[in-house]
Design a protein around this ligand. Structure first.
Ligand code: 6GU
Length: 250
């Protein structure tokens, strides 16, 4: 997968050199390219923002510089046969980014992120590229960040671990909270490792029993309990078809 990121803070993305994402890049599974938005300005001050029409607080990012930057990145071309990138515009007023959306992005050959600072980008930039590309305005949650860069880190890491070959154990992706299938809309329950007793706290006996079917049942009970406790809103979204007799007792 190819990922281009245009930002006034390309140095913000050094975490993408580390750990799982860094490894995926070294192994050639991910090709991430960072671009400095200010490279497409023409004035000595490298201005990217201006005051908002209609008044109000803060500054708005200028459309011309984004237009030139996005055109140039598209013109560089993506992976063989990829066509045009899917453009992802992080904004608190976007559609929610979810595991389902991440799975959709993981199937794309080429993503282009345009994180903004200040009060956002002049709206005509999204209007313009909607007529040429698939454009998604996405939010990572109901709070306001100082800029879209941190949201890009979240989205890239979520998508990267779904790419084939990035995580050794495909089952761990399938068992994730929110993954489509039996765990859809359920939170994962507690996990344990050695020693069997730590500071007087024992590991639940069932996990040491070797009864794989009973362990799976126990884990599902724990997931249901935890979801009820932490996210009652998710219980309301559970598909009744996905529940068995035992689930109803929990
Ligand atoms: Cl994508 N951007 C900003 N600036 N704030 C956010 C967000 C994005 N998602 C939640 N809050």
């Amino acid at each position: 997968m190819r990922i281009d990121i245009i930002s006034i803070f390309p140095e913000y993305f050094t975490p993408l050199e580390v750990s799982l994402v860094g490894k995926a890049r070294e192994r050639g599974i991910l090709d991430i390219r960072l671009h400095q938005l200010r490279d497409w300005t023409h004035d000595v001050h490298k201005t990217v923002d201006d005051t908002p029409y209609g008044g109000g607080p803060g500054m708005v990012m200028k459309p011309e510089v984004w237009g030139e930057a996005i055109d140039a990145v598209i013109a560089q071309g993506g992976p063989e046969g990829a066509g045009l990138p899917r453009m992802i515009v992080p904004t608190p007023s976007g559609r929610p980014f979810t595991q389902r959306v991440a799975l959709e992005y993981a199937r794309e050959p080429w993503l282009l992120f345009t994180p903004a600072r200040y009060e956002g980008i002049d709206a005509r930039v999204v209007d313009e590229y909607r007529s040429r590309l698939r454009v998604d305005e996405v939010s990572i949650g109901d709070y306001v960040l100082a800029g879209g860069e941190a949201a890009v880190l979240v989205i890239v890491e979520t998508v990267a671990r779904l790419l084939p070959g990035v995580i050794g154990n495909a089952q761990s992706v399938a068992d994730d909270s929110f993954a489509p299938g039996p765990m859809e809309n359920l939170l994962e329950g507690p996990v344990y490792t050695k020693p069997p007793v730590w500071r007087g706290h024992p590991v639940p006996e069932i996990l040491l029993s070797g009864h794989h079917a009973r362990i799976a049942r126990w884990r599902r009970d724990q997931a249901l309990r935890r979801t009820f406790e932490m996210r009652p809103d998710l219980i309301a979204r559970l598909d009744p078809e996905s529940l068995d007799e035992r689930d109803r007792e929990v």
